[in-house]
Design a protein around this ligand. Structure first.
Ligand SMILES: *Cc1c(COP(=O)(O)O)cnc(C)c1O
Length: 220
C-alpha cells in the first residue's frame, strides 16, 4: 500500500479518536526489506524507520545516513546486552528495554556518552512465555528501577498475542503508562494500527502494509 494511503489512514484514525493530526509517529518497519524498497520510501520523504536486529540495522543504515539527512532509527526487536553499545551508537530510540541487566548497561553507556536514545519499556501484556517484556504486574517496579538509573524512559511498548483482540492489550498498556505518568505508547502494527491509535498510540510500527510482505522471516 502506498505510504500516502497509510498516512491518510493514520490521520483518519487520529480524527476519529478526537486527537490532533500528527500526534502519531509512523515507524516504517524495514526489517528484511530489500534496499530499493527502503530507498523509495526515503525518496518519498519519510525518515522514521524501525529495525528488529542491531546487526541488520548496522549493515544498511550507515550508508542510507550518508545519503539522506534526518534519519530517525528505532530498534524494535530484542536487544542483547553485548549489542547495547552498537545499538545506542546507531539508534535514536530503543523500544525493547525489559531486563535489569540491559537497563544497567544502558545507564552505564549513557553516563559514558553523555547521551542516550529515547527508551521504551516492553510489556508482555499477554504474559506469553516465549515473548520478551516485563509482566504487567512487574511494570511499575521496573519503570521505577529505570528512573532510578536516570534512563530517559519515554513510554511503553507491546506486541499483543496474535490470536487475541488487540484492543484489550492496547488498553492495558495505556493504563500502565497512565499510572506511571508515561506519555509514549508504542503499539499497533499493519493489522491493528487504527485500533492502537484509538487507544492512544503515539508510535505505530508498520512494516508489511507499507513495504509489502517480507520475503524472509521477520525474526521476532
Ligand atoms: C515486524 C514488526 C512490526 C511490523 O509488523 P507488520 O505486521 O509487518 O506491520 C512491528 N513491531 C515489531 C516489534 C515487529 O517485529
Amino acid at each position: 500500500m502506498p505510504l500516502e494511503d497509510i498516512k491518510s489512514r493514520i490521520a483518519a484514525a487520529e480524527t476519529a479518536a478526537g486527537r490532533p493530526q500528527g500526534s502519531t509517529v509512523l515507524i516504517a518497519v524495514s526489517k528484511v526489506q530489500p534496499n530499493d524498497r527502503i530507498e523509495s520510501v526515503l525518496n518519498e520523504g519519510h525518515r522514521c524507520f524501525g529495525e528488529n536486529r542491531v546487526q541488520e540495522a548496522a549493515g544498511k543504515w550507515p550508508a542510507f545516513r550518508d545519503r539522506f539527512d534526518g534519519i530517525d532509527l528505532h530498534l524494535i526487536g530484542p536487544l542483547q546486552t553485548n549489542k547495547a553499545r552498537q545499538a545506542v551508537e546507531l539508534c535514536n530510540a530503543i523500544h525493547t528495554v525489559a531486563r535489569p541487566k540491559l537497563a544497567a548497561t544502558l545507564a552505564r553507556l549513557a553516563q559514558e556518552r553523555g547521551d542516550c536514545p529515547d527508551l521504551f519499556i516492553q510489556v508482555n501484556t499477554g504474559e506469553e512465555p516465549q515473548k520478551a517484556g516485563v509482566l504487567p504486574d512487574d511494570a511499575d517496579a521496573f519503570v521505577a528501577e529505570c528512573r532510578g538509573l536516570d534512563l530517559p524512559i519515554r513510554g511503553l511498548m507491546c506486541i499483543p498475542p496474535v490470536e487475541e483482540e488487540p484492543a484489550l492489550h492496547f488498553a492495558l498498556l495505556a493504563r500502565i503508562a497512565a499510572r506511571n505518568e508515561l506519555s509514549g505508547l508504542s503499539m499497533g502494527m499493519s493489522g491493528d494500527f487504527e485500533t492502537a491509535i484509538a487507544h492512544g498510540a503515539t508510535h505505530v510500527r508498520i512494516g508489511s502494509a507499507i513495504f509489502g510482505e517480507r520475503t524472509a522471516p521477520g525474526g521476532d
